[in-house]
Structures are given as structure tokens and as C-alpha cells.
Design a protein around this ligand. Structure first.
Ligand code: NDP
Length: 327
């Protein structure tokens, strides 16, 4: 049968991961990559992929079923998702948790008005972790849910530090507190502040002549990203960054300790251990593109989140096959 036609908007880490993830599917194909840069300037190590300037995307309205939006959450997606949702079905990985409600509203307006389906905040957190938080809580209402991240390089937070004035380059690691994880796993349901669960450690390459104290202060006081955390800022050279910080591992845990009956402890745990955060995240985006396509065919228009998408909708397998072989 006919393959689902995909486009990629933004050729950064996620965009590159998406090219690879699409190849792993049998029912989807890549039509083109759209970029704000001159398409000739992209370091395309993929010979058969077409790069197009983003302003020409409108010409692809009838040639693409779903656009994978791979821009950054800090400033790209708040503009790009409503814009593209007015022309295409979309999937994005918007991860500024505190601003998801307003982001949802603006995307929902654009998608509803134009009869498109836009699945927002897909990935692993938000995304697969969100699903597991809701599953665990619904099944074990008497309990407590904990999310730990890392040790890992956070794309969202690295993206945010790189946009700080005077920062040439940089990365951010999120580190979970081992003793806190052990307490949670033992079913004690401890009270833990976010800072008690994690630390944030940044490695920053400053621009020449930049005010380091100012950079450090801007990062440490950045709302949503760093202000609530115990944050450490280290300054390093570009050389050190390339040598020691060029991989993008990540992962984490969603753990709920619940009680049922008289005094039975039930521990629900979901974890991910990822060699490449962006490649995994784009794999989730690609699976949800299948759902966006199907929901749009069912005329379920507007903005959606992972909570609105049934697991069968992201699977390449038919409902019949899932019932027969996977239940
Ligand atoms: P990048 O910084 O690599 O890419 C973001 C955008 O920047 C690209 O779309 C691209 O746009 C532009 N860009 C990339 N490389 C260059 C370059 N060399 N020169 C100039 N511009 C460039 O971000 P990621 O792909 O790593 O991540 C995107 C977002 O995904 C993050 O902000 C994060 O919020 C989110 N995310 C969500 C996760 C989740 O679980 N929900 C997990 C991981 C990430 P263009 O091609 O148009 O220039």
C-alpha cells in the first residue's frame, strides 16, 4: 500500500536522527528536509535526500502527509508549530513543560481552523514518560510518582544555554541523586524537592571577551530551565568541549510507589537508557507521525498530546495483528 509521506523541518540533531529513523520503517518515506539556512549549506551526509528552503514548504502541501518539526523548543517551535499546523499535519517535541498549556492553545487554534492534526510534545519527556506517569497514577491512586533524569545531556537545556548572550557553545548534564532513587525504590515515598533529586551541571565555551559572571548569573536564574535547581556552571575551551562532551547520552526513570489493600507496596518503574537522546527522540516523533496521519484521516483535527493517541495508532501493525500476537 501507499507509503506515508514525511517532511522534516529543521536539520539539527533531531532532524538528522529523523532521517535515520524513517529508514527503519516500512510504511513511511522522506520527501524533503526544510531549513532556514541555504539548503546548499547543510552538511548532508545523506546523498538521496532533498533539502529545500523553509519558505518553499507551502508548495508541498499536497506532497507531504505529516511534517516532523525538529526545531528547538526555546524559540523555534512556538513560532514554527502554529505556522506549519496551519498547512500540514505535524508532530513536534516541544519540551518547555511549564509553557505547554499556552503552546497547546496556539497550536490548537491553527490546526482546528485548517483541519489538520498536530501532535505536540512528543518524545520521551514529555512523551513516553508522561504516559507512564499517568498510567502509574491511574492504576495506583494511593501513592507517589517520581521522575529522575540522567545522567544525561539535556538537549532542551543545552539549547537554552547556547542562546544566552556571550555563550559560544555549551552543554548541560542532568544528574540524578542516587540516594534519592534508592529511597523511592524502597517504597518510602519520601518528600523530595527537585533540587534534592537532581543537579544541573553546565560546561560553557564563552565568546571572546564575554562576561563570565554575567553568563553564569543569566543561566542560574533562567526561569523554567535552571532557577529551581542546584546549578553548576563550568567554563571550558572549545577543544575540551569537542573532546569530552560530543556524545548525547540520556535516560531516566519514572517510579511510582503505591499502596493497595491493607499494607501491600506496589512499585511501578519505567526506565530508559539512551546512547543517543536525539536519535531516540526522533524515533518517537516518527512513530507518532503514523498516528497523526491516521487521526487526520479520521478527521480528528486540532492539537493532540500523547494522552489523546491510542497505542495502536502508533504501531505499524494492524489492529487485528496486535490483538492476535501482542495482547
Ligand atoms: P538543534 O539545536 O540541533 O536544532 C534546532 C534547530 O537549529 C534546527 O532545527 C536547525 O534549524 C537549527 N540548526 C541546527 N544545527 C545548526 C547549525 N549548525 N547552524 C545553524 N542552525 C542550526 O536542536 P535538537 O535537534 O537537538 O533539539 C530540538 C528540540 O527537541 C530541543 O529544543 C528540545 O526541546 C527537544 N527535545 C525534546 C525531547 C523530548 O523528549 N520531548 C528530547 C530531546 C529534545 P534550521 O535547519 O532551520 O536552521
Amino acid at each position: 500500500s501507499k507509503k506515508i509521506k514525511l517532511g522534516i523541518v529543521g536539520y539539527g540533531n533531531l532532524g538528522k536522527g529523523a532521517v535515520k529513523a524513517i529508514k527503519e520503517t516500512r510504511d513511511m518515506e522522506l520527501v524533503a528536509i526544510f531549513t532556514r539556512r541555504d539548503p546548499k549549506d547543510l552538511d548532508m551526509n545523506e546523498p538521496n535526500v532533498k533539502a529545500v528552503h523553509i519558505s518553499d514548504a507551502v508548495d508541498y502541501k499536497d506532497k507531504i502527509d505529516v511534517m516532523l518539526l525538529c526545531g528547538g523548543s526555546a524559540t523555534d517551535l512556538p513560532e514554527q508549530t502554529p505556522h506549519f499546523a496551519s498547512m500540514f499535519n505535524t508532530v513536534d517535541s516541544y519540551d518547555t513543560h511549564a509553557k505547554i498549556p499556552e503552546f497547546y492553545q496556539s497550536v490548537h487554534e491553527a490546526a482546528s481552523k485548517n483541519n489538520t492534526t498536530a501532535i505536540i510534545s512528543v518524545g520521551w519527556d514529555p512523551g513516553l514518560f508522561s504516559i507512564n506517569r499517568v498510567m502509574a497514577e491511574s492504576v495506583l491512586p494511593n501513592g507517589e510518582t517520581y521522575t529522575f533524569w540522567g545522567k544525561g545531556l539535556s538537549q532542551g537545556h543545552s539549547d537554552a544555554v547556547r542562546r544566552v548572550e556571550g555563550v559560544k557553545n555549551g552543554v548541560q548534564y542532568t544528574i540524578p541523586a542516587e540516594d534519592a532513587i534508592e529511597k523511592v525504590r524502597s517504597g518510602q515515598n519520601p518528600e523530595l524537592t527537585t533540587a534534592e533529586k537532581h543537579r544541573r551541571v553546565c560546561y560553557i565555551v564563552p565568546e571572546e571577551g564575554a562576561d563570565k559572571a554575567e553568563i553564569e548569573n543569566t543561566i542560574k536564574t533562567m526561569p523554567n530551565y535552571f532557577a529551581d535547581y542546584d546549578t553548576e556552571v563550568n567554563f571550558i575551551t572549545e577543544e575540551e568541549l569537542n573532546r569530552d562532551h560530543s556524545k548525547a547520552p540520556h535516560g531516566g526513570f519514572v517510579i511510582r510507589g503505591g499502596n493497595t489493600g491493607e499494607d501491600n507496596k506496589q512499585i511501578y518503574e519505567f526506565s530508559l537508557k539512551l546512547d543517543s537522546n536525539p536519535e531516540f527522540t526522533s524515533s518517537v516523533l516518527v512513530a507518532y507521525a503514523r498516528a497523526a496521519y491516521r487521526l487526520s484521516n479520521e478527521k480528528q483535527f486540532g492539537a493532540k498530546t500523547v494522552y489523546d493517541v491510542a497505542p495502536g495508532h502508533i504501531s505499524e501493525r494492524s489492529a487485528e495483528e496486535l490483538r492476535r500476537d501482542y495482547l
